[in-house]
Design a protein around this ligand. Structure first.
Ligand code: MN3
Length: 234
């Protein structure tokens, strides 16, 4: 799959904006062209030592692909094959759990892979300013996000997201839920995703989720987080 196809998936995050009342569909980078399994932008071993190659391979090629395959099988022959994920999520309570769990798994991992990089650069200015405004400092943001990830009970995700009005917030969701879904208490557009299912860290860290979460900061792709913020608030 080509890079532009991956951007289609990430671009669907922008579609949340109109649903949430922040803009128009013109903010799409390009028209939605169907659900596709994203390519990884880096090698399995390139996030080591923070995320090991075996975990990356199993997580991407087995877990993520499994969610994608089950999701596409569940929506086969329905209108949902032509519906961007954010539009599905905003009505997710109307669909069965197969679509909620596997559609979430498909989408959340697509965001997660993209918001990590082996070539980390420092936090760009606009994002840094937004984090300082919302949380007081970047360190305080990291503490609060890390705490949400470390203390989330059971399987799920930690999020930095932006509300329709532009306010940033941190949340965690169970299973494969995300802030775009109508079933979650805190709704917004995801900017940064961290998978805290045991399959995301157990091979390397065993029960030490806190260490995995602390090491996540070494591989965050801040440029992508800022790009998502700009698109969501455009
Ligand atoms: Mn996972």
């Amino acid at each position: 799959m080509k890079r532009r196809d991956f951007m289609t998936i990430v671009g669907t995050a922008v579609a949340a904006a109109p649903v949430l009342g922040m803009g128009a569909y013109t903010s799409y980078p390009k028209p939605f062209e169907g659900h596709t399994f994203p390519e990884l932008a880096y090698a399995y071993d390139s996030l080591e030592p923070y995320i090991d190659a075996q975990t990356m391979e199993l997580h991407y090629d087995k877990h993520h692909r499994g969610y994608f395959n089950k999701f596409t099988a569940a929506i086969e022959g329905t209108d949902l094959t032509n519906t961007p994920m954010p539009e599905i999520f905003i009505n997710i309570s109307k669909y069965d759990k197969t679509i909620r769990n596997n559609g979430g798994g498909y989408y959340n991992h697509s965001l997660f892979w993209e918001n990590m990089t082996p070539d980390q650069e420092k936090i760009p200015g606009l994002l840094k300013e937004a984090l300082v405004t919302a949380f007081g400092s970047v360190d305080t943001f990291k503490d609060k996000f890390g705490n949400a990830a470390k203390t989330h009970f059971g399987s799920g995700w930690a999020w930095l997201a932006v509300k329709p009005g532009g306010d940033l917030f941190i949340s965690s969701t169970p299973n494969q839920d995300n802030p775009l879904m109508d079933v979650v208490p805190e709704k917004g557009t995801p900017l940064l995703a961290l998978d805290v299912w045991e399959h995301a860290y157990y091979l390397n860290y065993q029960n030490r989720r806190a260490e995995y979460v602390d090491n996540f900061w070494n591989v965050v792709n801040w440029a992508i987080v800022e790009k998502r913020l700009k698109e969501a608030t455009a």
